[in-house]
Write a protein that binds this ligand. Structure first.
Ligand code: NAP
Length: 411
């Protein structure tokens, strides 16, 4: 693939997506990365160091990532006049796996959000957030180690579809009058209007991916989290379509919780469903009963951050946006501009996202090295300022110092 403004690596091979959705990953894959704005370059430098070392050690030099820098955000706007150049989107689509740092959200014009645009342009319909405790990280709950969940949040629909109209706009007035004239529904005339679409196709794609992940990863349950008691034809339908996917496509591999006759699921993944508000209590009171979660967009947004807080905050939470043709791994926090260029912040979120990327590529040994070395580094209490200020006896290190400490513990 050639580009006008981007410099494709001179060597390296392309990851391809198989017809069954799996990946064919060469030993020298080209992987596009977006450094990101603000603290992006700092955390990218640290991530690069850790990933290169983990891959080298795990495969004795047999495998090597060929990084390919692509641009988006503030830097892209300043150099090309576009917040999200087409070439960047095309490169991610072509190479199938990519990683990004945080991006500035344009204010007053341009794109509403670069992240949302990327999700829509690349059809990255599943937002995947693993939430697992790293021992030693300060947490507000008594037993953060009981949390080990992976949230699959639908990424394109629900109230996030961006279909809304301002109070007193022509569109809002017309919709209010159509509802009154045709359906006898009375809405206060000074209302803003938003639309909440949840489709059968979008739901099934998401739940299928979550169940496949649970089956392949030996997880014991998938919980459909919804607010179907109130929103019957959107959230309630999400639950029903979710069960339908399991019944039709995974009947030998899953069992609905309601059909369990004893404590034994006999190796099958148990499919549960919970009302969203009750689920917020459950993850606090009985987190060990939940493993994979599949949920519509808004519930998933709230639940991801609440669970991240339980295990010590967003600074260490990895994330990915995944579709059938491409996957984009990302830090879950923003650009923290006041710390830009200070080599100060915690690179944990981007480093753990890179480990998730390696798992997605099937490079599990390298991912495991990253997990064990981050655990060892936190256990030694060599941490960045954000954790150091909450941990007694901690030794504060810089962003790159944290990466170096991780590399030392790989030895
Ligand atoms: P933010 O950049 O996440 O920063 C808020 C605060 O979180 C920081 O001041 C810092 O807290 C802490 N923090 C964030 N990342 C950290 C890290 N790696 N290590 C340690 N502490 C960290 O949120 P924001 O200030 O609301 O947003 C700034 C810009 O980022 C906006 O343009 C926003 O739209 C954008 N954004 C982008 C993404 C994305 O690209 N995925 C996500 C969210 C926001 P202390 O000050 O307490 O140390």
């Amino acid at each position: 693939m050639t580009h006008e403004k981007l410099f494709t690596p001179p060597d390296g091979s392309t990851i391809t997506v198989n017809p069954d959705g799996g990946l064919s990953v060469p030993d020298d894959p080209i992987i596009p990365f977006i450094r990101g704005d603000g603290i992006g370059p700092d955390i990218w430098r640290a991530t690069d160091m850790v990933v290169v070392e983990a891959v080298k050690r795990a495969y004795a030099g047999r495998r090597q990532i060929r990084w390919f820098e692509v641009i988006a955000g503030q830097i892209a706007f300043e150099t090309s006049g576009s917040w999200l150049p087409d070439e960047t989107v095309e490169a991610i689509r072509h190479y199938a796996v990519a990683i990004k740092g945080p991006l500035t959200t344009p204010v007053g014009g341009g794109l509403r959000s670069i992240n949302v645009a990327l999700r829509h342009l690349l059809d990255l319909y599943a937002c995947v957030r693993p939430v697992r405790y790293i021992p030693g990280v300060p947490s507000p709950v008594k037993h953060p180690e009981r949390v080990d969940m992976v949230i699959f949040r639908e990424n394109m629909e629900d109230v996030y579809a961006g279909i809304e109209w301002k109070k007193d706009s022509d569109e809002a007035r017309r919709i209010i009058s159509i509802l009154k004239d045709n359906f006898g529904v009375v809405i206060a005339p000074d209302s803003g209007i938003g639309i909440k679409p949840i489709s059968e196709t979008g739901t099934k794609k998401l739940v299928r991916r979550a169940v496949r992940y649970a089956v392949d990863g030996g997880r014991d349950s998938v919980t459909l989290v919804h607010k179907g008691n109130i929103m019957k034809y959107t959230e309630g339908a999400f639950r029903d379509w979710g069960y339908e996917v399991c019944r039709r496509e995974f009947s030998d591999l899953t069992v609905p919780e309601a059909e369990l006759t004893g404590p034994e699921a006999k190796g099958r993944v148990v499919i549960k469903d919970r009302i969203a508000d009750a689920m917020f209590q459950q993850v606090l009171l009985r987190p060990e009963e939940y493993s994979v979660i599949a949920t519509p967009n808004l519930n998933g947004d709230y639940l991801s951050d609440a669970l991240a807080a339980q295990i010590g905050g967003l600074g260490m939470a990895p994330g990915a946006n995944i579709g059938d043709h491409a996957a984009l791994f990302e830090a879950t926090h923003g650009t923290a501009p006041k710390y830009a260029g200070m080599d100060k912040v915690n690179p944990g979120s981007l480093i753990l996202s890179a480990a998730l990327m390696l798992e997605h590529m099937g490079w599990k040994e390298a991912a495991e090295l990253i997990y064990t070395s981050i655990e060892a580094t936190v256990a030694k209490k060599t941490v960045t300022y954000d954790l150091a200020r909450q941990m007694e006896g901690a030794v504060e290190v810089s962003c790159s110092g944290f990466a170096k400490s991780m590399i030392e513990s790989m030895e």
